[in-house]
Design a protein around this ligand. Sequence first.
Ligand SMILES: [Zn+2]
Ligand SMILES: [Zn+2]
Length: 290
Amino acid sequence: MPSPRCPRCGFSFAWNGRKCDHCPPPSRARQLWEEIDRLEEQIHASKDLTVRQLLAIAAGCIRHAREFLPESIQEVAELFERGSVSLQAGRYPFAQSVDPILLAARRNYVPELFRAVISFARIRREEVTNRDHPIRELMSFSLPPDLERHRRAVVRELSHGRMGAVLARRSNDDPIRRAYDHLEQELTEYNKQRWRVMATEEAAQCAIARDILSYPEIAITFDPKWRTSTVVAMARELFASRDFSAMPILADAMQDADCEEPEILEHCRAEKPHYPGCWVIERILATDQP
Ligand SMILES: [Zn+2]
Ligand SMILES: [Zn+2]
């Protein structure tokens, strides 16, 4: 649902759909932070990370890729979103990537949990990529008809580890060499596609991290009077339903409570994805949580 109003000030007259005549443009540093596409860098930009935040990011990585992942890992997401690590290590089909998170979170050791979440997110990206672009071997690609009959020769040279010598010795129009070059080119092209899918997923994971961590250069003092019963009830409902389409309405409710904090209003009104662990919701519900 596109917002016809500026996400920052809420004015519609000043908003042309992309920029606002009323609000100062975001700083270059802010823009760069919004454009980070490496998850490690994105999380690293924030100081004072908490276990709860890192678990929420891991959960977000599952949620974003849920259609690619088996049902059993969805339960893990739900626990992580509640900040729970009560799973028994080794009991899950994803133990290899889930266990390091469980162990680090139970020890409350943030640097180790950070590493575990980064590697967890990478594995989820690979799963997303592998569904439509599974890892392929050089010999799985097809050859044009005139080169197809040299396939066995290519296999033979490769299996004897002689391809380097073949490439060095034979001329460019040698059919074995051409067949090999063709296969290599196909593989390179295919791997580029895989890389693009992986990079797209990583950019989405960065957006999840930004929803949970907030822009680190602006400290927000949260005024308890913004926690009216309406605001708290809405935040609870959004968290529980995992449907965040009413975030702009939450901004209105916050404004009714005299909240004019631009970071908060913009976060709620901008067209960005929200996940359980969203920093605005977390700040509203902060008193509810242990
Ligand atoms: Zn504005
Ligand atoms: Zn959010």
